[in-house]
Design a protein around this ligand. Structure first.
Ligand code: HMG
Length: 412
């Protein structure tokens, strides 16, 4: 008898109300725009004002996922927020979200941290929670929420972004089944990217981090293959989804994947390897990178933003087809796994498409962007913040300042 499928039953994105054009950033930094647009593959990046934080984005994404997929908050038995940009060293973002979404008192609630890997950890452990029989018919809500900040005039600056992805994990999921038997893991202590307790900004050894990511892909892939590489053969997969710190990284990752499968390009015919990469990348990776290119790196949610992009196409021909997912968190930890697009998933394309939100984002000029970056430095100790001063007056939930060491949230 086949085990009951478990996986992603609902998905939603929420992000900041403002963005920066990469061409504006390139002009301000005296960089050829081709570097950001083609070298990194980024078009725009979402910028969070001081009133938008990990909590507000997570709560909004969670609300959208529950409402768009008609899920009663009482059905949620586990809430996990994966983040590396939490708002407190002790108190989890998840417990704020628990209250804001009106979840049940007996819903277990916690935060996971391992750089960009936290949400994949939440997804796989939620699937295990259901498979183990602990859920008793309930569902898990896993939310990835982050603000990626490297600081002004740093090499990482063009790879910033902000946003949250919420996923409801359940049995007989409407969107994506996770193949728990084909999940491979990888861990290694490396200093490729980190953010010490005293810093608002991440430190990255950028080029080394790319190598660590690729090594982790190879390690996790071998673990998932478990001696049977044919089981993972990308030829028969409908799509290959990766953690996307910037769009070009997905191409580097896919090149690595094909090298793992077919042997190093140096040891094979270079022209043939290049043609294979171009064709495979164009069919299985590139079509689902538009959201990543316009939102930027959202850390824990980046892989799942690519999944939203795939599902929002509403392609009935993808139903029943398998795809791969690779999550990488610096430091580092990774999982490579297979999933299967659920029958009927294409019917939910409009419900999970964030395009209407993205269409009403406002463009920042460089001066406004730099002011926001400066103001964000001290935002945790400012007693009073006015969302309207950032043009945030659409009825959303915002961070409005900290008094007597207590963070306060309110609807504008
Ligand atoms: P850099 O040194 O500024 O850029 O850093 P570069 O010189 O390497 O150039 C980038 C690409 O642009 C190159 O292409 C250039 O050739 C090309 P590639 O050789 O890589 O294919 N280029 C141009 N293309 C067209 N026209 C031009 C032009 N000029 C150059 N005129 C770097 C880039 C990504 C390292 C930097 O932005 C950085 O440090 N970013 C942050 C770290 C990062 O994103 N690492 C990714 C892997 S680790 C990860 O994914 C985890 C992470 O998400 C964190 C977490 O887990 O929490 C970061």
């Amino acid at each position: 008898m086949q085990p009951t499928p478990i996986g992603i039953d609902a998905l939603a994105f929420a992000g900041p109300a403002h963005f920066l054009e990469m061409t504006d950033l390139a002009a301000a930094r005296g960089v050829d725009p081709g570097k950001y647009l083609h070298g990194l593959g980024q078009k725009q990046m979402a910028i969070a004002t001081p009133c938008e934080d990990t909590v507000t984005m997570a709560a909004e994404a969670g609300r959208r996922a529950l409402e768009a997929f008609d899920i009663d908050p009482a059905q949620i038995g586990t809430l996990i927020v994966g983040t590396e940009t939490g708002v407190d060293h002790s108190k989890p973002v998840a417990v704020y979200v628990h209250e804001l979404l009106g979840l049940a008192r007996n819903c277990r609630t916690f935060e996971t941290k391992h750089a960009c890997y936290g949400a994949m950890a939440g997804l796989t452990s939620s699937a295990d929670w259901i498979a183990a029989g602990r859920a008793r018919g309930r569902k898990a809500l896993v939310i990835a929420s982050d603000i990626a900040r490297y600081g002004l005039n740093t090499p990482g600056e063009p790879t910033q972004g902000a946003g949250a992805v919420a996923m409801v994990v359940a049995d007989r999921p409407r969107l994506l089944e996770i193949d728990r038997a084909r999940c491979g893991d990888y861990t290694r202590q490396v200093m490729d990217f980190w953010r010490p307790l005293y810093s608002k900004y991440a430190f990255a050894d950028g080029h080394y981090s790319i190598q660590c990511y690729l090594d982790a892909l190879e390690g996790a892939w071998h673990d998932a293959a478990d001696g049977d590489p044919e089981a993972l053969a990308s030829d028969r997969l409908a799509a290959c989804l990766y953690h996307v710190p910037f769009v070009k990284m997905a191409r580097k990752a896919h090149q690595k994947l094909l090298e793992i499968e077919h042997g190093d390009a140096a040891a094979t015919d270079q022209t043939e390897a290049r043609a294979r990469l171009d064709a495979s990348f164009a069919g299985k990776v590139a079509p689902w990178l538009e959201l990543n290119a316009t939102v930027g790196n959202i850390y824990t949610g980046s892989l799942f933003l690519a999944l939203i992009d795939l599902l929002r196409h509403g392609r009935a021909d993808l139903e029943g087809r398998e795809l791969s997912l690779f999550s990488y968190g610096s430091g580092c930890g990774a999982t490579f796994c297979l999933g299967r697009v659920a029958e009927g998933a294409s019917r939910h394309a409009a419900a999970l498409d964030p395009q209407p939100q993205l269409d009403v984002r406002r463009r920042l000029d460089i001066a406004a962007y730099e002011r926001i970056m400066d103001l964000s430095e001290d935002v945790d100790t400012v007693p009073e913040l006015d969302p309207a001063s950032y043009g945030l007056d659409g009825g959303g939930l915002y961070y409005v300042g900290t008094r007597e060491h207590v963070r306060r949230y309110a609807r504008a």
